[in-house]
Ligand binder design. Structure first.
Ligand SMILES: Nc1ncnc2c1ncn2[C@@H]1O[C@H](COP(=O)(O)OP(=O)(O)OP(=O)(O)O)[C@@H](O)[C@H]1O
Ligand SMILES: [Mg+2]
Length: 251
């Protein structure tokens, strides 16, 4: 990419020290030598071949790469939704390999927001209920939570859709609900998999702005996967998943 915003002045690999935590920065994520293989009838598929990545609270990084290069796989592992074949992942100081299934679910719910590529909304719940779902596993929903959910929905232009069911929304509207759901728990780490994939240009731009503003305002570490060059160009740091490794986004 030629956009100067994307250029990163560090060394060649993503985890080689460009964002090492200083005393004023809190490490949100450390990924070391991450390998992911899928075993299948036709043999073993090696998807991630040694991924390194460091991220501090408040950092925003975009990850691009061809379809099938392993972007969603990487987010799933970092988001505790899948397990690595080998390598180390530390989220907010926690080595995630030491967590049992229930602990991982609780940790994920408390600290990580995930915007799925195909949003995964619950069809039987309203828009507002879908946004509030992550809170149900915790202390329940307070009036302040409901207020925050409504504010988020307002911010993505869905204030007048809160009683709709997902089936009564457009694809882009469903995706915006998924963005709000990922943000309701005020996560420290936000993982967004193609968050603007189904959106028109104006809405995509406003969702991109929401994510970047939030990362900054609420000190959230953000990893955003996208095929959109427009969205990628807005990030201060750009990486590309290529041949199983994370590299600087090329010019
Ligand atoms: N559970 C699985 N079992 C076997 N292979 C898998 C599994 N999940 C993913 N893969 C393979 O791993 C590769 C990477 O998939 P992934 O979904 O991470 O790609 P991606 O970079 O997100 O692609 P896209 O841009 O199309 O979303 C693909 O070739 C896919 O077929
Ligand atoms: Mg994907």
């Amino acid at each position: 990419m030629s956009d100067p915003q994307i250029a990163e002045n560090g060394p060649q690999t993503a985890g080689s020290g460009t964002t090492t935590a200083t005393s004023s920065q809190t490490a949100a994520l450390s990924v070391r030598s991450l390998v992911k293989e899928f075993a299948g009838a036709a043999g073993t598929l090696s998807i991630l071949l040694g991924v390194d990545l460091d991220l501090n609270r408040g950092d925003a990084v975009v990850v691009t790469g061809p379809s099938g290069s392993g972007k969603s796989t990487l987010l799933y592992i970092i988001g505790l939704l899948d397990q690595a074949t080998s390598g180390d992942v530390t989220v907010l100081g926690q080595d995630i390999s030491t967590l049992g299934e229930a602990q991982a679910a609780a940790f994920r719910n408390e600290h990580i927001g995930f915007i799925f590529q195909d949003h995964h909304l619950l069809p039987q719940c309203s828009v507002l209920e879908n946004v509030l779902i992550p809170l149900l596993a915790g202390d329940g929903v307070s009036p302040a939570d409901e207020e925050r959910a409504k504010k988020l929905l307002e911010r993505v232009g869905l204030a007048d859709r809160i009683t709709h069911r997902p089936a009564q929304l457009s694809g882009g509207e469903r995706q915006r609900v998924a963005v709000c759901r990922a943000l309701i728990n005020q996560p420290e780490l936000l993982l967004a998999d193609e968050p603007t994939g189904n959106l028109d240009q104006a809405t995509a731009e406003s969702v991109g702005t929401l994510l970047l503003d939030l990362s900054c305002e609420e000190n959230v570490a953000l990893i955003c996967v996208t095929h959109s060059l427009e969205l990628a160009a807005r990030f201060p740091r750009g990486l590309e998943l290529r041949a199983g490794k994370l590299c600087q986004l090329s010019d």
